[in-house]
Design a protein around this ligand. Sequence first.
Ligand code: NAP
Length: 283
Amino acid sequence: MALLMKGGPAAAALNEKTAARAAALAAAGVMPTLAVVRVGAREDDLAYERGVLARCAKLGLAVRPFVLDAAAPQEELLAVLDEVNRDRSIHGCLLFRPLPPQMDDRTVRAALAPEKDVDGITDASLAEVFTGSGVGYPPCTAQACVEVLDYYGIPLEGRRVTVVGRSLVVGKPAAMLLDRRNATVTLCNSRTRDLPALCRAADVLVVAMGRRGAIGADCIAPGQAVVDVGIHTGEDGRLCGDVRFAEAEPIAGAITPVPGGVGAMTTSVLAAHLVSAAEKAAR
Ligand code: NAP
């Protein structure tokens, strides 16, 4: 039976450290504060926002919401980001994307100050993932993959890791973070040939394909650690991942569940980034 790598305990361990750091900042008169910027009211955004608000409340972090109409012009959003950048009492910013069609994603991302980019959306943050420059922060989900593996003691150095999916939000930054841990990383995309063989060759398999149940027993090697980033609603209405858990679990050595795996870590990583941003600003 595989070790079940639940996100909850890993998140709790991270939260404990974050709360202690937040308390130290509060004692020094600094309240870590997150701007949450939302355009419109997509159900996905609202659900994530509720999770972020609850996490921040539990950890003693403040949130400043900025909500724009779905039809708002881009200038309005740029003005909000300018305000966020200038306000020294705001340390980090979560901006929900995708943006509505009247807005240009690249222009908007470039408008956020990298030191407040706690969700890893600016080019500076992506450069940080590659270089470890210390400016900006890795995308939270990508970092959550590494945090979960670390919490459960899965070795990375010198190990073969296959990452399936190369989005800038998850796959590509996860691959770079794993490379920085001296894993030997294979990054797969939709044109990759013989995906099952590349998956089976890995000691650690990270799946971020956005394809419900696409990874089955033929992709899993005995003893392998499997991180499933996918989130979907199954035909039965229940949440499920990119990996067919019932097939993979008996073969794998360790596996994250969906729900309750990587997704349970994401807001905790965001909160840790916010506290880091507040600490840097207070120096
Ligand atoms: P995405 O932008 O759609 O990217 C999917 C990636 O998978 C692409 O790089 C694509 O390759 C690759 N891919 C698709 N089919 C493939 C195939 N047959 N073989 C190999 N690679 C294939 O998705 P995303 O934003 O990275 O998200 C991935 C999943 O994670 C989604 O289910 C999403 O809901 C979930 N997610 C979870 C969290 C969380 O907190 N747990 C956060 C964010 C996302 P190409 O580049 O060639 O198209």
